[in-house]
Design a protein around this ligand. Structure first.
Ligand code: NAD
Length: 304
């Protein structure tokens, strides 16, 4: 099997000065990509900033003969990061929306400032970068996007209402980019990783943490962004070498007549059916992935 090579490809990774982003940057560069290593170099909570984080990764890449350039802008100014890519390497092919911070707090104690800043970095940062890359993707009829969600974005997590909101929004955003990008060969996927980094070292038990090396997330991200990959519009959970896809499952459900029999009491009487996920023969569960999936429901409704 031939290696999935990235020679000639320009890759931007936000937050690549440490953790997962650094691993991606090194791996892309080893496989021939020209890499923009973006990092603001601030603390986990987003305080301060330094050029050192990105510079160190660029030096590591250059040390093995790879090609990389540093960018120190906040993802809130994603257009400046894309400018760095275009000025240095002529265009942009792959973006990894990875930069992130934490401002954890129970919802009751969450300040508006901490709520907004987390959205600003994770969500608006991804928007700003993607917005700036999109015209290049469209014109060259090639683009690859990975949005970084989280188990918190899929399932919610105590003390992370701000983070979970941003991370779940990145799912809908990525799925929509995949749909709009399909005709231009722009693929977009979403990953929900779990990995050892400064984000998890305080909260995940040490013995588990040791199995969660961030390098174990890398193969999926490279696969998803290669020019040969067909994968798009998909969500993947990835941790400790496990890779799995997440999809929605709609219960068998119940169809109600649109007349005066359609009442809260009618729902109470038949709620078991609404929550039924097991009856796969009579009224099978479905796996919706877009608004078109409602067509089957419209067809069913016509039979009533
Ligand atoms: P990390 O803190 O090591 O890396 C995040 C990087 O983003 C840092 O280097 C930081 O300086 C940079 N950054 C922060 N704000 C920035 C900004 N405004 N502009 C540019 N760079 C900025 O953490 P990590 O674990 O490597 O996290 C990477 C991504 O993966 C994040 O989006 C995180 O939410 C997500 N994630 C991580 C885990 C995990 O288990 N580590 C789980 C779920 C999701």
């Amino acid at each position: 099997m031939s290696e999935l090579n990235f020679t000639g490809k320009v890759v931007v990774i936000t937050g690549a000065g440490g953790g997962l982003g650094r691993e991606y940057a090194l791996a892309y560069a080893r496989r021939g990509a020209k890499v923009v290593v973006n990092d603001l170099g601030g603390s986990l909570a987003g305080f301060g900033g330094s050029s050192k984080a990105a510079d160190v990764v660029v030096s590591e890449i250059e040390a093995f003969g790879g090609i990389a350039v540093a960018n120190y802008d906040s993802v809130e100014y994603g257009e400046k990061i894309i400018k760095t890519a275009v000025e240095n390497f002529g265009t942009i092919h792959v973006i990894i929306n990875n930069a992130g911070i934490l401002r954890d707090s129970s919802f009751k104690n969450l300040s508006e400032k901490d709520f907004k800043l987390v959205l600003e970095v994770h969500l608006n940062g991804a928007y700003k970068l993607t917005r700036a890359a999109w015209p290049y993707f469209k014109n060259q009829k090639f683009g690859r996007i990975v949005n970084t969600s989280s188990p918190a974005g899929l399932y919610g997590n105590y003390g992370q209402s701000n983070y979970a909101l941003a991370k779940s929004a990145l799912i809908g955003f990525g799925e929509t980019l995949a749909k709009e990008g399909a005709k231009y060969n722009i693929n977009a996927n979403i990953i929900a990783p779990l990995a050892k980094s400064r984000m998890t070292e305080e909260i995940v038990p040490k013995d588990i943490l040791e199995r969660l090396g961030p390098e174990k997330v890398v193969p999926l991200v490279l696969f998803l962004t290669h020019e040969t990959t067909k994968a798009t519009n998909s969500i993947f959970e990835v941790a400790a070498g496990f890779y799995g896809q997440i999809r929605w499952e709609r219960s068998s459900g119940e169809l109600f007549r649109n007349d005066n029999s359609f009442t809260p009491e009618a729902i109470l009487n038949r709620y078991e059916k609404i929550f039924e996920f097991e009856d796969k023969t009579f009224s099978p569960v479905t796996y919706p992935s877009g608004l078109n999936d409602y067509n089957t429901l419209y067809e069913k409704a016509k039979t009533l």
